[in-house]
Design a protein around this ligand. Structure first.
Ligand code: PLP
Length: 430
């Protein structure tokens, strides 16, 4: 089998040296992968338990159209999300266009003119700057008279508890906490850390609504922020919880009152959760959620493998090869534009779709430099599928995530390395 495998890799363009280097690292990672497997096993049971407890039936997989009144599949799926995530209620809809939209709906549904939003852990994700109005934007919360306050992390990444205490005013209504580092350099927060932060905030003002942006974090640990005190938790279905099958969508789970407030904003006051046809996506939402724990585990193995490969070659990696993981994103600092381009071309060349195209750096809305993106995905822009992107600016880092299967993630990473070696941009250790 060893010979067949190595020949197969060779026919796909991976040299014997690269394959053997990868095999040696994969062998060392066996105990780590076993523990990722245990997390997936626990979370798989968690999802099945939620599906059984809510009596998911074949009828739940059917489509509704028009107003979508009494869509059994939609209403049951929302109960499944609420149960699995230990929350009272959920909104899980194809009408939620993306993660940013889900966050915008949760915020604007729960804030009123004169309220203040607090970010106690530094700057939120880029796209939220326009939702909040940190960067002036049409329709932002700022235009509706909602103000914003931010407390940065201390040097070293700890929460600035005294700063947070001082920043909470009588007008503070809501708190937003982002679990994943996104494209920043701070570490991703663990669920335990998020729980501690929420406990501290509630000790000052128990009535504050604590929302967690859970993008890229679902099923990485055995607990979610909604199980450690978050009043609202929000994410995208074209990341972890869609399991690669959801073609669109987002979720908001949490306290019933706050989910209802969000629903009134997503559809309309008075209509709330009662309308919203599912147009045939129910089956992929259910099946994707069912697969999500193991798909997330595959992406996680890929991220750990990439960290170890590139760390061994002398490139700075965040997180490093051995530290615990709280999301599926891997950053690798490659140090030159050529290396960023070669890496992304390798990921693209390993894709099941569009493998023959060579991605180029390009100007993108919202970015201040050219950006190169590699994605050969079944769902456009899906980042639970193997994907990478890198802004063409110092320190020339790529952000790598996803992989519906560990085997594909591994192949993609080996291909990225192959491309770097072919151009003399990296060298295997002697
Ligand atoms: C992906 C992501 C979002 C939302 O992004 P969309 O592209 O709109 O889905 C928000 N916050 C974080 C941390 C994310 O990773």
């Amino acid at each position: 089998m060893k010979a067949e495998l190595s020949n197969m890799y060779e026919t796909l363009g991976i040299s014997r040296e690269v394959w053997e280097f990868g095999e040696a690292i994969a062998r060392e990672l066996a105990p780590r992968f076993e523990s990722i497997g245990k997390t997936a096993e626990y979370n798989q049971l968690k999802v099945i338990r939620a599906m059984q407890a809510n009596r998911v039936s074949e009828a739940c997989l059917y489509a509704s159209s028009g107003y979508g009144y009494n869509d059994l599949g939609r209403d049951t799926l929302e109960k499944v999300y609420a149960s699995a995530f230990g929350a009272e209620d959920a909104l899980v809809r194809p009408q939620i266009a993306c993660g940013t939209h889900a966050l915008a709906v949760a915020l604007s549904g729960n804030l009123r003119p004169g309220d203040e939003l607090l970010s106690p852990a530094g700057k939120p994700y880029d796209t939220l700057e326009e939702v909040i109005g940190i960067r002036p934007s049409r329709g932002s919360l700022a235009e509706y008279g909602v103000t914003y306050r931010q407390v940065d992390l201390l040097e070293g990444g700890a929460f600035d508890y005294e700063g947070i205490r001082r920043a909470i005013s009588p007008r503070t209504r809501m708190v937003t906490i982002q679990r994943s580092k996104g494209y920043q350099t701070r570490p991703t927060f663990s669920v335990t850390q998020i729980g501690e932060l929420i406990r501290f905030i509630k000790s000052i003002r128990p009535d504050l609504i604590c929302m967690v942006d859970n993008c890229y974090g679902e099923f990485v640990e055995v607990q979610e922020p909604s199980e450690v005190g978050a009043d609202l938790m929000v994410g995208s279905l074209i990341k972890n919880p869609g399991g690669g099958l959801a073609p669109i969508g987002g979720y908001i789970v949490g306290k019933e009152e706050y989910v209802e407030n969000a629903a009134a904003r997503l559809t309309s006051p008075g209509l709330g959760k009662e309308v919203g046809a599912t147009l045939g996506v129910n089956q992929s939402f259910y099946q994707g959620f069912f697969l999500a724990p193991t798909v997330t585990a595959s992406a996680l193995k890929g991220a750990v493998f990439a960290a170890n490969i590139y760390e061994r070659l002398g490139f700075p990696v965040i997180p490093n090869g051995s530290e615990p993981r709280h999301d599926i994103i891997q950053a690798v600092t490659l140090g030159s534009p050529e290396a960023v381009i070669a890496f992304c071309r390798g990921i693209q060349a390993a894709a099941p779709v569009d493998s023959y195209v060579a991605p180029e750096p390009w100007a993108m809305p919202g970015y201040d430099s050219d950006v190169i993106m590699a994605a050969g995905a079944f769902v456009q822009g899906s980042s639970i599928e193997l994907s990478a992107d890198g802004p063409i600016k110092p320190p020339y880092a790529v952000y790598f995530q996803g992989g519906l299967t560990w085997e594909h993630a591994k192949f993609g990473i080996l291909m990225s390395l192959q491309k770097l070696l072919e151009q003399g941009l990296a060298a295997l250790p002697r």
